[in-house]
Design a protein around this ligand. Structure first.
Ligand code: NAD
Ligand code: UGA
Length: 461
């Protein structure tokens, strides 16, 4: 469809968990703009063009369908669309670097830099470039340098507009965000570019929720928001260990402290550990930046959030071993949930990966069940796939098992018939509830030995 029919052409490079949903929402809310989402991965693009989207996100297909073919387009043709668009969001992946300086901590910016060079080579007019990916502070400056080493006389404004959506609730988060943050330079061109981005969001988001600031503060705010959220989980998880030793109940402690409005009740659910592609990556990025500036105490403070999370995962498997008479060899264990949280098929950094691998090391027979994440689970476990059974039906997964380990808080696991499950399992039967979602007293009544997180265990033994 010709771009002339539209007020603006917005391009997003990177059609992943962020690029796809954010652009679908912009297109659905703003029919006056042409929105194109481009990616180097042709399989992903084909899936975005179909009714089986590449990511599972409740409500997303409905939003996509409002705009797809009208003003929302998915393509692998990147250069042509760069040339045509006035505003380019960049939402490519920024994983932790695995090689060279900063390996294991800082972000690998190769995809971002390649994208910047691609933008430079395909551009014939000035553009507004928007960092949607999460990036280290001052990346925008480096990108501006790359983009301005051109002899075409072109000008690029690089802005930061970090994304705060959470998977599983992406549609609601995009429809009514707590805030949208736009960082720009305080130059005449910077202010004009900022207004152009504000104008997009103002189509459906109240103006007072659109915050503006300088580029570096926007970049840092994104890392800090994730660090604070993750820190709350590690804090309550550290207390869960103390609860297990003292006989206190972490849910009651979380409730009691969460009713203090200064603390608030959110992100205080003790768990087997936080997963997801971003918390660990972004905290380690923050840690690296602090180290770079010689702020070693600050770096260590935040690194401990990641360390406690790792320890929590380890503790979970160790507790399983202790409860099951210090041997897992030959025992069938059903992993209930492989996604890193409910309502997504995403398994990146899911605690289920660690738990499964550790159980395999102990020679347990592991069966994984999940309503949405088995496709990704097979990829994550590809090197040990001959040792793992994948079973979509939780009842079949539990059949003949010695233990169930709940790793993802899927609603469906709360609604299963545990009498039936108990009857089909080996005895003594164990439940390790890594999310504290089940009715522990009812399970105990049925006959299970129940091990929650941060609460006294309920054992018949
Ligand atoms: P993703 O891996 O799902 O998607 C990234 C996409 O970029 C992939 O489809 C990949 O093929 C594509 N890509 C890579 N290089 C490219 C190139 N040169 N040209 C075109 N396409 C290219 O990643 P994601 O989860 O969408 O995350 C993207 C960024 O957003 C990251 O920086 C992440 O930290 C941040 N973020 C993610 C979330 C989330 O919930 N997943 C939330 C907020 C912010
Ligand atoms: C998180 C942030 O919430 C988003 O604001 C941010 O945009 C995103 O990271 C990102 O930058 O990628 P997400 O990882 O999708 O979103 O999901 P969360 O709801 O934050 O959950 C992260 C992990 O913490 C999950 O494994 C979840 O189960 C766990 N969690 C969460 C707990 O263990 N306890 C809680 O109380 C809350």
């Amino acid at each position: 469809m010709a771009s002339e029919q539209f007020e603006k052409h917005i391009l997003c490079i990177g059609a992943g968990y962020v690029g796809g949903p954010t652009m679908a929402m912009i297109a659905a809310k703003c029919p006056q703009y042409k929105v194109t989402v481009a990616d180097i991965n042709p399989v992903r693009i084909k899936e975005w063009q179909s009714d089986v989207l590449p990511i599972y996100e409740p409500g997303l297909l409905e939003v996509v369908k409002i705009a797809r073919g009208r003003n929302l387009f998915f393509t692998t043709e990147i250069s042509k669309n760069i040339e045509d668009a006035e505003i380019i969001f960049v939402s490519v992946n920024t994983p932790t670097k695995t090689y060279g300086k900063g390996a294991g901590k800082t972000a690998d910016l190769q995809y971002w830099e390649k994208t910047a060079r691609g933008i430079l080579s395909a551009s014939t007019t000035d553009k507004i470039i928007i960092e949607k990916s999460t990036l280290p502070v001052r990346t925008a400056k480096a990108m501006e340098r790359i983009l301005h080493t051109n002899d075409k006389g072109l000008h690029f404004d690089v802005l930061s507009n970090p994304e705060f959506l959470a998977e599983g609730t992406a549609v609601a988060d995009l429809e009514a965000p707590d805030r949208v943050l736009i960082g720009s330079r305080e130059t005449e061109k910077g202010r004009k570019a900022r207004q152009a981005v504000v104008d997009i969001y103002a189509n459906w988001i109240p103006r007072e929720r659109i915050l503006t600031c300088d580029v570096w503060s926007a970049e840092l705010s994104k890392l800090v928001a994730n660090a604070f959220l993750a820190q709350r989980i590690s804090s309550i998880n550290s207390i869960s260990a103390l609860c297990e030793k003292t006989g206190a109940d972490v849910s009651k402690v979380a409730h009691a402290i969460g009713t203090d409005s200064r603390i608030s009740s959110k992100f205080l659910n003790a768990s087997v550990g936080f997963g997801g592609s971003c918390f660990k990556k972004d905290i380690l990025n923050l840690v690296y930046i602090c180290e770079t500036y010689g702020l070693d105490e600050v770096a260590q403070y935040w690194e401990n959030v990641v360390k406690i999370n790792q320890w929590q995962e380890e503790r979970f498997v160790e507790n399983m071993g202790h409860a099951m008479f210090n041997t897992m060899a030959g025992k069938r264990v059903a992993i209930f949930g492989f996604a890193f949280k409910a309502d997504t098929g995403d398994t990146r950094e899911s605690p289920a990966i660690y738990v499964t691998r550790k159980l395999l090391e102990e020679q347990a027979r592991v069966v994984v069940t999940d309503p949405q994440a088995l496709r990704n689970a097979k990829i994550d476990l590809s090197d040990v796939i001959d040792q793992v059974e994948m079973e979509p039906d939780p009842y079949k997964a539990a059949e003949g098992a010695h233990a169930i380990a709940v790793i993802t808080e899927w609603q469906l696991y709360k609604e299963l018939d545990y009498e039936k499950i108990y009857a089909s399992m080996e005895k003594p039967a164990f439940v390790f509830d890594g999310r504290n979602i089940l009715d522990h007293h009812e399970l105990f009544r049925i006959g299970f030995n129940v091990y929650p997180i941060g609460k006294p265990s309920l054992s018949h033994l």
